[in-house]
Design a protein. Structure first.
Length: 433
């Protein structure tokens, strides 16, 4: 394929040196870009990344890339694993038109916000069309905002149901297939004294609660926004989701402490042998099998996320994308690194050695890898839903998790909560306030 380089050199040069362009002018510059030839990159690339699930993975990815492209040096800029802290850093740094980091990792809910604020480059202008064929259409849609593609999927993640297979076998209880069965089994096991707690999950007032709530909402055939962009949260489906989540706690299926739990809290409780069921991300499998931190090694099973009694299994799709700084001064090398990170070699390494969920379709569907990585097999058997797309996602999510936490903490005025949630989301989506 024939590649082209940037046109309008003077305009692009002005962008890269940090001239005072408005957001609208930056979008105009983006629209004038053409596909870049990154086949023979050289120079330095600064990659900003928090820890990627496993110690040593980033170092190994850099080493393999530099072996392939010896004229490029990749420097790792250590970042916080906290998505909100990282988002604030990039908003300030890239918003200030700094030229580094050249490339950075970020949450899957950032593309609309970062694209709207010109904090990420529109990769549809600089990457060849066939590049996007390595991802599913759902993942491509998740990085798309107003026709541009503001990021590339690095690795994906979904929720799983982890369970104590030894306890279920001993008590003669089958692995739950529905949310109702999870609740019933949790109540029964705690009544029998087989375990301290039934089902633990992420219920604190933060982003993790949004992802949990969306699984129940989607399983009830609900949504936050309709196809026309209108807010649809005040619905029977949302009411069903909230009633069920509240009942998990009020029935004793989940401990009251769940309303303060984040991922680590739920994981530690499960690893201590105190809970029968855990909703968590893919990393939880490896964490449960770590003999230094887990008392349940060899006693854990993993299953697809449940459905409601009538319906499909819906899980929130999360993970991390890789974004390009629109002010980078070494775009060819940066794009070469982006291409490598999402290509078959790097994605196979992540799936095979580190048991991660790849975004590359060829790797996702590799039969040999599926045999080795049971999480990958389960990944292909559920309905995966991205988080709501909004240029003001942060305040939209806050409107969700603060109100949901209010409900599960004991507020029985669910109808009023839904009206309040709808009003806050409409305001947030329009203005970001």
């Amino acid at each position: 394929m024939r590649f082209w380089v940037f046109t309008l050199v003077l305009i692009i040069s002005g962008l890269l040196t940090g001239c005072n362009l408005t957001t609208e002018e930056e979008r105009t510059v983006n629209s004038e870009m053409e596909v870049v030839d990154y086949s023979e990159p050289e120079g330095t690339v600064v990659w900003a990344s928090g820890p990627i699930t496993h110690t040593g993975l980033r170092k190994e990815l850099i080493e393999k890339f530099e072996e392939k492209y010896p004229n490029v040096e990749v420097r790792l800029q250590e970042m916080s694993p906290d998505t909100n802290i990282a988002r604030s850093f990039y908003t300030t740094t890239i918003g200030g038109r700094n030229t580094t980091p050249d490339i950075y990792n970020g949450d899957t809910n950032w593309p609309a916000q970062f694209g709207n604020a010109s904090l990420a480059m529109d990769l549809s202008k600089v990457m060849p069309a066939e590049f996007w064929e390595r991802f599913s259409s759902e993942l491509v849609d998740s990085v798309t905002f107003e026709g541009g593609k503001y990021g590339a999927p690095l690795y994906t993640d979904i929720g799983y149901l982890y369970y104590r297979k030894d306890i279920l076998e001993k008590e003669g209880i089958p692995v739950p297939q529905t949310w109702e069965e999870v609740k019933e089994a949790s109540i029964e096991l705690t009544k029998r004294g087989a375990v301290d707690y039934g089902f633990v999950w992420q219920g604190a007032s933060y982003e993790g609660l949004t992802t949990n709530f969306l699984e129940y909402l989607n399983a009830a055939n609900g949504r936050v926004f309709g196809k026309d962009g209108e807010v649809e949260i005040n619905s029977e489906a949302a009411n069903k989701a909230l009633v069920f989540m509240q009942d998990l706690i009020q029935s004793g299926a989940s401990p009251k402490a769940v309303t303060t739990f984040r991922e680590a809290d739920a994981m530690n409780t499960f690893n201590a042998g105190s809970a029968a069921f855990l909703r968590n991300w893919a990393y939880a499998w490896g964490a449960s099998q770590d003999p230094e931190n887990s008392k349940v090694v060899g006693k854990v099973g993993v299953a697809k996320i449940p459905s409601f009694a009538s319906g499909e299994r819906h899980t929130t799709q999360a993970g991390w994308n890789v974004f390009v700084n629109p002010h980078t001064q070494n775009l060819p090398a940066t794009l070469a690194f982006l291409d490598f990170l999402t290509g078959e070699e790097a994605q196979t390494l992540m799936a095979d050695k580190y048991s991660m969920l790849p975004t590359n379709v060829k790797v996702q569907t590799n039969k040999e890898l599926i045999k080795k990585n049971q999480l990958l097999g389960l990944f292909n058997e559920v309905v995966k839903n991205p988080r709501p797309v909004s240029a003001n996602y942060g305040p939209v999510s806050e409107a969700l998790y603060t109100n949901v936490n209010d409900v599960i903490s004991g507020n029985n005025h669910i109808k009023k909560i839904l009206e309040q949630m709808e009003e806050r989301i409409e305001s947030a989506d329009r203005s970001g306030l």
